[in-house]
Design a protein around this ligand. Sequence first.
Ligand code: WT7
Length: 649
Amino acid sequence: MSNTAHDQEWVRKPGEAANGTACTLDQYQAMYSRSVDDPDGFWAEQADRLDWFEKPGKIANWSFDPVDIKWFEGGKLNICHNAVDRHVAAGNGERVALIFEPDDPAAPNRHITYADLQREVVRMANTLKKMGVEKGDRVTIYMPMIPEGAFAMLACARIGAIHSVIFGGFSPDAIAGRVEDCQSDWIVTADEGLRGSKKIPLKANVDAALAKVAAKAVLVVRHTGGDVAMTEGRDHWYHDLSADVGEECPCEQMDAEDPLFILYTSGSTGKPKGVLHTTGGYSVWTETTFRYVFDYRPGEIYWCTADIGWVTGHSYIVYGPLQNGATALMFEGVPNNPDHDRFWQVCDKHKVNIFYTAPTAIRALMREGDAHVTKHDLSSLRLLGSVGEPINPEAWRWYHGTVGHGKIPIVDTWWQTETGGIMITTLPGAHDMKPGSAGKPFFGICPQLVDGDGMVLDGATEGNLCITHSWPGQARTVYGDHERFIQTYFSTYRGKYFTGDGCRRDVDGYYWITGRVDDVINVSGHRMGTAEVESALVLHPKVSEAAVVGFPHDIKGQGIYCYVTLNSGEEADDVLTGELRQWVRKEIGPIASPDHLHFTPALPKTRSGKIMRRILRKIAENEFGSLGDTSTLADPSIVETLVEGRLNR
Ligand code: WT7
């Protein structure tokens, strides 16, 4: 079980001269040992790089049974101060904080210095205050990938408001659900977003959401200049409302455990959970992980292609890089527009040094051929990163060989919305790499593999991935539902944080994430609860039942496969297929678009009525030979019908 084809495929780290001074292997080992033997001492030291209004009295104070997680208690700080003001105060105001590369390559880009950023964030913060936003209020941010999105996040942090960023690809219903769940009275949005020259009607989506749930005010940033409806007394143009605000706005002194943000993420059951991160631990975790994993050096251009609507954008476009005084590129567009070389053209144009993207993008671009890459000068690249899903060795080798000219390291970073930042990765300069393996635990991280009964598995083995000790960036709760937090993460294996991922550890102690072991699927690096798609489908008047599973997809990693039974008398046809697809897009958003709709007269159920998902997964994967025991099904003949249905597609 422990040895697979790739275990011994080492890619040696490039020589010291070309790379990696942040940390050598010996230093990693010494620092890692210290981080687990003396976490208080270790994290007090890391935390010291930040400015604190008051230093923490206690460093770690947590328990996983009962669940109560606190870090840096007694400390007071503000992450906006550490990400912005601190650098200006240190005389680095002229350093570029954000480079904005718009969707249209011909449109002007923007270079925003730390001094500019401070002015912009203060302006946004004072505008939010003018609207009535107060410390502790929840502010929904539904923005395109423009600098104002980052300004809004930092402005909330500055005044102690809790931001809840919603990805611009989510539907009005999804917005309404999230606004309602955290009782957010305030919304920041833009007229429209732009992606691959397509317009996204952000303000119109907010209007549709607010037909279902109330909000006190909407702040609208003008971006495309498109026509939008403004509701008198509720909606305000940012440029109008901000015209006369003051130029001073001191950072609120936040307690280390004061909430910083909520970010909704899908789980195996129910509606999305509002994962809550707090100020002190998240600040230290994102500052430290960015510093060591990306080995950032002053003056370098760093580009993470994620969207600020996901945790990757929060931690590694905004908070991690800016706390480190880095120059981060923000890209509004998509990898394949106007052509498949857009990423590489941007790398060349801005002389990007560190590039962090997702396997799904790598696979899609790899398919378009090397010429799109080789026609650009990518010699500025020094480090590559991957995040969001397991990277298949073939894509890894292409990324390393073609994009990284075979010379530069790749960090394959495993982490989750709930972990706040990177948990398992190799460190550039310290570790050799293995294509497809995330690598080694980051400082302070204690991974453990357990079997289905919770038995701890040692050595080279495969099991369910748990983390046994808290780390500063860990989520503290599910907003408004602490019981659900405990249930979801700490009840499967009592006293341990259960990640929901399966994982293999090889003889060298490298970790290989094998994917989710729960009913969560990973579509293009986006996490999707199959239950959410099922709920959306059964809301359709013609649908009686639905079961959704993932299946291997060349580009997306996993695709969405939906088994649907219709109400009696309804006919399945192409029109209904199209209608259901649209229906799910409308309920959740385009990212939840079903790849396959498989109409079936019934679903395979046990005599107690439980759907046998194992069978549905195998059939979706075209693995008919290994369906396993079907004798406990109430009607075993349904399996044959399903297989036939699959073969006829
Ligand atoms: C799930 C978390 C981490 C930010 C983006 C996604 C999968 C993430 C990797 C990786 C293998 C990975 C896991 C995890 N995942 N990174 N490098 N290798 N799998 O955050 O939406 O919270 O999803 O993404 O399955 O549990 P998320």
